[in-house]
Design a protein around this ligand. Structure first.
Ligand code: SAH
Length: 362
């Protein structure tokens, strides 16, 4: 598609803004990702070598395998309960779960106890996941949103989520000469979307003392996820693993980013057609979880997490077993653990109920 041609969602948003005034960055991001008709995560396949972006499970089978073994160990740490729900948020193509279940065959009692629940709002991706997981012997079911996952009295739950927190909409606050404002999206004289101000007179953020004129700070509400985790933890043992790219705040900076066909583009260029995400503030997420009475382990760099789960040993074994693939396996592990790339930009954080021991690798 020609990027100079507004997308259908750009037209709809421009009409709405012309009528009602600027919308917040948060409302813009929410519309781009979740608009029922045009939202990116309602309609697109998104992930894969031929799609918009590639994720860790698509880079290497070892990623999902290690997480499968991690889940089996966590289940043992919970006292090997007779039933456990293994929940994945935003499972993408289903690759991580397929690799995880294959590796977990080493712990048959875990698989015998497990029920898989996939939380996926995107019907296109759910169809891909159904295909990927068609041959599984473990029961798998789908729910469209986390809120629909019921807490089962006495039920043990393990949650995994790779690159999901980054798609939750953010609010951007900006320090200007007239004080703090909420950043928004308006339209210019040509009818094109432009960044502007959604609301004036915002209270100065308590942690933004060092912010200079023009600086932006970001806020993301993860309270809803934390609340759901607390509800699950009140019913039975809970352990959750979130892996994403991000930082340990507080920090200033605009991290809103759009990616299409494996290239970055202006976040306003093609709403609904590009993936739109922002870095995760792990400190803020941890605070939301602790506020709910949950324990938090980490964050640690992805390289540290995968290293302590044995990524090097696992890769060497696979390389020995598949000499023709050895170079590819080695390169994939190097990419996931690169000290100046995914290995440190990505981080793993664990959230658990107080009664569950510290989670492996964190
Ligand atoms: N975990 C996968 C996919 C990451 S992309 C991987 O690593 O490859 C983000 C995923 O989150 C997609 O499956 C997307 O449809 C899903 N998603 C988007 N919004 C979501 C929400 N609010 N709750 C749960 N999943 C969501």
């Amino acid at each position: 598609m020609n990027t100079t041609e507004p997308t259908p969602l750009a037209r709809a948003l421009a009409a709405r803004i012309s009528r009602d005034g600027p919308i917040s960055v948060r409302a813009y991001m929410d519309a781009c990702l979740n608009d029922p008709e045009h939202g990116y995560y309602r309609t697109r396949r998104a992930i894969g070598a031929k799609e918009d972006f590639v994720t860790a499970p698509e880079i290497s089978q070892v990623f999902g395998e290690l997480i499968g073994l991690w889940a089996a160990v966590v289940w043992q740490q919970m006292g090997s309960p007779a039933r456990v729900r293994l929940v994945e948020l935003g499972p993408g193509r289903g690759t991580l779960m397929a690799d995880a279940l294959r590796a977990a065959q080493k712990v048959p009692a875990f698989l015998a106890a497990a029920e898989i629940v996939l939380v996926e709002p995107n019907a296109e991706l759910e169809a891909v996941q159904r295909k990927t997981l068609a041959e599984q012997s473990v029961p798998v079911r789908w729910v469209g949103e986390l809120a629909a996952l019921e807490a089962v009295p006495g039920g043990a739950t393990i949650v995994i989520a790779n690159e999901v927190l980054d798609v939750l909409p953010i609010t951007q606050l900006q320090r200007t000469e007239s004080g703090w404002v909420e950043r928004g999206v308006g339209v210019n004289d040509a009818g094109r979307l432009v960044f502007g101000v959604a609301a004036h007179g915002i209270a100065a953020p308590s942690d933004a003392g060092s912010a200079r004129l023009g600086d932006i700070v970001e806020r993301r509400s993860t309270a809803e996820i934390a609340g759901k985790l607390a509800q699950l933890a009140a019913a039975g043992p809970l352990a959750a693993l979130f892996i994403d790219y991000g930082y340990e705040g507080p920090a200033v900076g605009d991290t809103l980013q759009a990616v299409r066909a494996q290239h970055y583009e202006d976040p306003l260029a093609s709403p609904g057609v590009a993936d739109l995400t922002a870095h995760v503030d792990f400190t803020a997420f941890a605070a939301d979880a602790r506020a709910q009475g949950l324990a938090v382990d980490g964050p640690v760099p992805q390289a540290t997490f995968l290293g302590s789960l044995g990524i090097v040993e696992r890769t060497s074994r696979l390389m020995a077993a598949n000499p023709t693939n050895a170079a590819g396996l080695e390169a994939a592990t190097a990419r996931l653990t690169a000290p100046t790339g995914m290995g440190t930009l990505f981080k793993a954080i664990g959230v658990r109920s107080e009664g569950v021991p510290r989670l492996p690798g964190l």
